[in-house]
Design a protein around this ligand. Structure first.
Ligand SMILES: *[C@@H]1O[C@H](CO)[C@@H](O)[C@H](O)[C@H]1NC(C)=O
Ligand SMILES: *[C@@H]1O[C@H](CO)[C@@H](O)[C@H](O)[C@H]1NC(C)=O
Length: 252
């Protein structure tokens, strides 16, 4: 497919998104400006190139350089899919005093297929969560997601303490289930979009038993928001913080 078409649809779809998708759009106009700046940069580049094409070659997918210490490329696994995740980090508080700290109890997120974008327009993909964390999820749980009109790829949730990525969405889209455990984390970079309390850490997860499919590793990167306040002062027993992140799936 011609790259210009994809980019123009990115631009028009996002601009045509109903206003109610955007919660407090004026608070993050800088992120939108960054995003559209990159879109138009790519559009100009694609127009100038003699054979503009977007090949969606997943072997070209790479983690952002900030996560280069995880070097999956040297470990015999290959990139499979990239998902834009949008949902909540859920926390609990033992009481509502400043003596207790919020504890993470899980996350719930929709996963949208950003694989081709990650292969063809990596700079754009890294900026998506910065915009997405403020965009209300479509009420139809199967609908595509602005600003990039990405199709639903799966759901992320916890089963007990197991971060789970269920990529079976319809009877014909059965991509398996990655069940994972945490191997490592790095603090979100200083320029991450923080929301009210900061961006959640970047994570390296490996798959565990009962994973369905060839998934070996899942990386949570490009995080925006999601952190809890530092203490439980004035907070209820359970609460949620909106977040977005990119999830990179690597496997055999
Ligand atoms: C987290 O919040 C979601 C969204 O409201 C809720 O449906 C879910 O039950 C909560 N999950 C956990 C693990 O606390
Ligand atoms: C994601 O999108 C690509 C390109 O359309 C497709 O080949 C792939 O199967 C999709 N992955 C999942 C898990 O839906």
């Amino acid at each position: 497919m011609r790259a210009v078409h994809i980019l123009l649809s990115l631009a028009t779809v996002s601009l045509a998104a109903p206003a109610n998708y955007f919660d407090g759009v004026y608070e993050f106009s800088e992120e939108l400006a960054d995003f559209y700046g990159k879109v138009s940069m790519y559009i100009n580049g694609a127009k100038q190139s003699t054979s503009p094409s977007a090949t969606c070659d997943s072997s070209k997918i790479a983690l952002p350089s900030y996560a280069s210490e995880w070097h999956p490329d040297q470990d015999g696994v290959s990139p499979m899919y990239v998902a834009l995740g949008r949902g909540t980090q859920n926390y609990s508080c033992a009481d509502s005093t400043s003596q207790s700290k919020p504890v993470l109890v899980g996350a719930v997120a929709n996963l949208y297929n950003a694989t081709c974008l990650a292969a063809d327009f990596p700079d754009l993909v890294h900026l998506l969560p910065d915009i997405a964390y403020k965009i209300t999820l479509p009420t139809d749980n199967r609908a595509a997601f602005p600003p990039a009109n990405l199709g639903l790829m799966g759901h992320h949730y916890f089963v007990g303490s197991v971060p789970t990525f269920n990529l079976d969405t319809t009877p014909t889209k059965q991509f398996g289930i990655a069940r994972t455990k945490k191997e490592d984390s790095i603090k979100a970079p200083a320029n991450a979009v923080k929301g009210e309390h900061g961006a959640v850490a970047w994570l390296y997860l490996s798959t565990i038993e009962n994973t369905v499919g060839d998934y070996k590793r899942v990386y949570r990167v490009d995080t925006a928001s999601g952190n809890a306040p530092s203490t439980c002062e004035g907070l209820p027993a359970a609460f949620e913080i909106q977040y977005s992140a990119n999830y990179y799936f690597f496997g055999k």
